[in-house]
Write a protein that binds this ligand. Structure first.
Ligand SMILES: Nc1nc2c(c(=O)[nH]1)N[C@H]1C(S)=C(S)[C@@H](COP(=O)(O)OP(=O)(O)OC[C@H]3O[C@@H](n4cnc5c(=O)[nH]c(N)nc54)[C@H](O)[C@@H]3O)O[C@H]1N2
Ligand SMILES: Nc1nc2c(c(=O)[nH]1)N[C@H]1C(S)=C(S)[C@@H](COP(=O)(O)OP(=O)(O)OC[C@H]3O[C@@H](n4cnc5c(=O)[nH]c(N)nc54)[C@H](O)[C@@H]3O)O[C@H]1N2
Ligand SMILES: [Mo]
Length: 773
């Protein structure tokens, strides 16, 4: 049986031009692109003033990535991709009922995600009644009553699922999880389940806190920064400024990636005249072109070299640290040294695609560096063995005491701008007991204790017909989730699907029996209530909490804040049954006071967040070398060896982001740094692999994924581009390739879909699709 997506490729749009990858990032082209993007979408009068408020102390937090702002801000504290994110939501186009009268759901479901997103901001609540062909405006009262009625009617609260995407503010996230728990369920899956869940799992077990342990200052004090499995030039462009500053202060950088990403090579800082004139900073000192999934082997090989040097009497380990602060060292060392060299090294060289000599050079750089930071993102988190891989990164840092002192530590670089804050606020299907205790005590109710569904489990439950209401606070669940067809089928089994959204996306057109779209204010919109301006807070990737003030007049009065949507819905759903004073939560200071009472580290929240720049949350390992783990110490873990195996005639495919997209939001059809233009259905293949497989540059192929469930999944009509990626490894863009990722192929422990290791074969000779979209 083959699964193939009905959304057909468009030969006119899906035949991109391909060239060679660029060797630098940003510079003048980035500035020009930013200005053009903002002007085209939001207009000059609306867009440019907004841009000057991004990431300013009195402005709003960029809705792009979660990279922190430095204390000293530039006038223009944004990047090209931040500009695209702002332009996307600050657009002056609004969608009205008339648009939905013209376009049936069937019509919309044949459009690409790119087309849907470009139609403009959602401005009024819309309802798709049972059997209806079109969405119709309903008005807020009716919309909220429909949901409340459905939620009151469920046999058990666990038949409702509440998804969150990581843009939601702290205040909205807190009120949202309170509502779900007051209703009686922990079914709070979020985009984190598909993103950094593996980091959270690995870090909680080993150092006791599932968050990064470094600040921006630490990066400046590091002697060595290893960036593994991350493409900062596209996904965290402001990180390049931090890396540049570190470089200038003498830091060395090792980049570990199957792809030579332009931003990691050379950075022309657009905030400086030199950068605009084309003078850049070389960032990477050593590039390890690793095979997909080879990082566990790499880090364990470095660790073994360190242990061997220690055994020879060299002073390469921080013995005092290991002695005082860690647990499990002896067992760990014994296991890692057990395998004889003749078996260990050939396996490592095969799994990593790297030569022993290169791994020895990395190890020398490590021993020459007093302070080391490791940064990573999706390249490490979206594999079957991601949790062991990240635990091995922690072992690596623990060996030399590189946790809990300046200039050293773990740096998982978060994606969505408030994904870390949402977790802190309790958006988690597996909430800790003490969080539930505090929540119950503050509001006078007994929260449910049983763990809820994560994203993958939610899809399975929906597919089994066990979900009556699917409610999404932002995001694009259908397109972001794996196994698109399975997910879409699951969604269709639900009674009522509800999306609180800013822009139209595929999740609005693949619906349950009935569906609602609720238009929300975005980060850049001014949030007025009773004549008062309200503002929210967010937490960045380094645990810093700060305020975000919207500055633009909303396109329509009918858009509501996420907090208002949830508290109104909660009041209507729970009524007298609830002990929460939902109306009082219209005042965000009241919400923040509740947060202060429930969430550790938020004492005096309202006062401290009003100080310029906000405040940093406590982090026991970073602040005091305290490790709140099961053993009370930092844990060494034994992670064995594992790497994805690639059968004969197949390649391992990673699904990744282009420079012109924000997750499922497509800004444009180019991927400038990789030399791709005018389309997205392209697959990057190493020239030698292509030759062996008989693939020709520019030819079209179907990608067919093969997995142990015996089903084949097909993504048709991809153009082959010969590209200097690691041998055996291919790359293509998400979400077009999500159809290939099996729902049940997930990471051990974290249950994150294995979006970076999909075994595929290439079928040639398939005809171009007959018609476009
Ligand atoms: N402009 C923009 N910014 C974004 C986003 C966006 O879509 N657009 N998305 C946001 C979100 S939610 C997230 S999570 C982050 C994502 O940020 P990234 O993780 O940088 O995003 P990906 O495009 O998935 O890139 C993965 C990188 O890891 C490499 N890689 C893949 N597999 C492996 C591996 O096995 N080992 C190693 N060492 N490297 C590997 C890839 O070649 C690629 O460079 O960005 C955030 N910021
Ligand atoms: N194959 C593959 N799949 C992946 C990944 C991968 O690398 N490969 N990456 C995974 C990762 S890291 C992540 S984080 C997920 C992302 O999953 P999601 O977070 O679910 O997806 P997004 O595309 O970020 O969601 C975009 C939509 O959010 C809505 N939106 C935007 N801003 C706001 C706002 O302020 N408020 C509200 N209410 N709505 C808003 C808009 O309607 C927009 O269409 O995808 C995952 N899926
Ligand atoms: Mo993410």
């Amino acid at each position: 049986m083959t699964l193939q997506h009905p959304e057909q490729p468009d030969p006119a749009q899906d035949s991109p031009e391909t060239g060679s990858p660029k060797t630098f990032a940003a510079g003048m082209p980035a500035v020009l692109k930013s200005v053009r993007q903002v002007a085209e979408n939001a207009g000059v009068m609306r867009g440019l003033p907004a841009m000057l408020k991004v990431n300013q102390k009195k402005g709003f937090d960029c809705p792009g990535c979660a990279w922190p702002e430095a204390d000293e801000r530039h006038t223009a504290e944004f990047c090209e991709n931040g500009a695209k994110a702002v332009a996307e939501e600050a657009t002056n186009r609004g969608l009205t009922g008339e648009f939905f009268a013209r376009h049936s759901v069937a019509d919309l479901s044949e459009r690409s995600g790119y087309w849907l997103g470009r139609q403009g901001r959602l401005t009024e609540p819309l309802y798709l009644a049972e059997g209806a062909t079109h969405y119709e405006p309903v008005g807020w009262d009716r919309a909220l009553d429909l949901i409340a009625e459905e939620l009151r009617g469920v046999d058990h609260p666990d038949r409702a699922v509440f998804y969150t995407s990581g843009r939601t503010s702290n205040e909205a996230a807190f009120v949202y999880q309170l509502f779900a728990r007051d209703l009686g369920t922990n079914n709070l899956p979020d985009c984190s389940n598909m993103c950094h869940e593996s980091s959270g799992s690995a870090l909680s077990e080993t150092i006791g806190v599932g968050k990064g342990s470094v600040s921006l200052e630490d990066l400046q004090h590091a002697d060595l920064i290893i960036v593994a499995g991350q493409n900062p030039g596209t996904n965290h462009p402001r990180m390049l400024s931090s890396l540049k500053r570190a470089k200038r202060a003498g830091t060395r950088i090792v980049t570990v990636n199957p792809l030579p990403e332009a931003g990691s090579a050379n950075f022309r800082d657009p905030q400086t005249p030199a950068g605009l004139l084309g003078r850049g900073t070389d960032l990477t000192d050593l590039f390890a072109q690793i095979r997909l999934g080879g990082d566990l082997a790499l880090f364990s090989a470095v660790n073994r070299l360190l242990l061997e040097a220690d055994a020879r009497g060299e002073q390469v380990l921080d013995r005092a640290f290991v002695e005082e602060f860690t647990h499990g060292f002896d067992d760990y060392a014994e296991e890692l040294l057990a395998e004889p060299d003749e078996e260990f090294w050939p396996r490592v060289e095969r799994d990593t695609g790297l030569e022993r000599e290169l791994i020895e050079r990395i190890t020398t750089m490590v021993t020459e560096a007093e302070n080391v930071v490791v940064c990573w993102a999706m390249g490490l988190t979206q594999h079957k063995h991601s949790v062991p891989t990240i635990r091995e990164v922690v072992n690596f840092l623990l060996l030399r005491g590189n946790v809990g002192r300046p200039g050293a530590g773990v740096c998982p670089v978060r994606g969505h701008s408030n994904v870390q804050g949402d977790r802190t606020m309790g958006i988690w299907e597996k909430p800790p007991e003490d969080f539930l205790d505090a929540l119950g005590e503050e509001f006078g109710f007994e929260p449910p204790r049983e763990h809820g569904h994560d994203t993958v489990e939610a899809i399975r439950a929906m597919g089994r017909g066990e979900v009556d209401v699917f409610f999404a606070m932002g995001g694009n669940f259908v397109s972001a989730s794996p196994d698109t067809l399975v997910t879409e089928d699951a969604m269709r089994q639900v009674g009522l699907t509800v999306h609180v959204s800013t822009k139209l996306n595929r999740s609005h057109v693949v619906t349950g029996t009935r569906a609602l779209i609720l238009p929300a204010l975005a980060r850049s919109d001014r949030d007025m209530h009773g004549g008062q301006e309200r503002w929210v807070t967010v937490e960045d990737s380094m645990g810093k909490v700060h305020a975000s003030h919207g500055v633009l007049d909303p396109l329509a009065q009918s858009m509501r804040s996420e907090v208002d949507i949830v508290r109104e819905l909660a009041r209507r759903t729970l009524g007298e049954r609830s002990s929460v004073d939902w109306d009082s939560l219209a005042d965000y200071d009241v919400v923040r006071d509740h947060v202060a009472a429930v969430v550790p580290g938020f004492d005096d929240f309202n006062t401290r967040v009003r100080r310029s720049g906000g405040f940093t949350l406590p982090h026991a390992p970073r602040d005091d070398r305290r490790f709140p783990t099961a053993t009370g110490l930092a844990n060494f873990t034994r992670n064995g060896s594992y790497a994805p195996q690639i059968p004969e005639g197949r390649l391992l495919l990673q699904t990744l982001r282009s420079h012109d997209q924000y997750n499922t939001t497509i800004y444009g059809l180019d991927d400038r740094y990789r030399g791709v233009a005018g389309g997205r259905r392209v697959v990057l293949v190493n020239p030698q692999d292509a030759q062996e497989l008989g693939l020709v540059e520019g030819s079209h192929v179907d990608l067919v994924s093969e997995w142990e469930d015996g089903r084949e999944r097909r993504a048709p009509y991809f153009k082959v581009a010969l590209y200097p990626t690691a041998r055996g490894c291919a790359a293509a863009y998400y979400p077009e390739t999500n159809v290939l990722v099996p729902l049940d192929s997930t990471a051990d422990i974290s249950n994150t879909p294995t979006s970076k290791s999909v075994v595929v074969r290439f079928e040639t000779g398939t005809a171009a699709p007959a018609q476009g979209i």
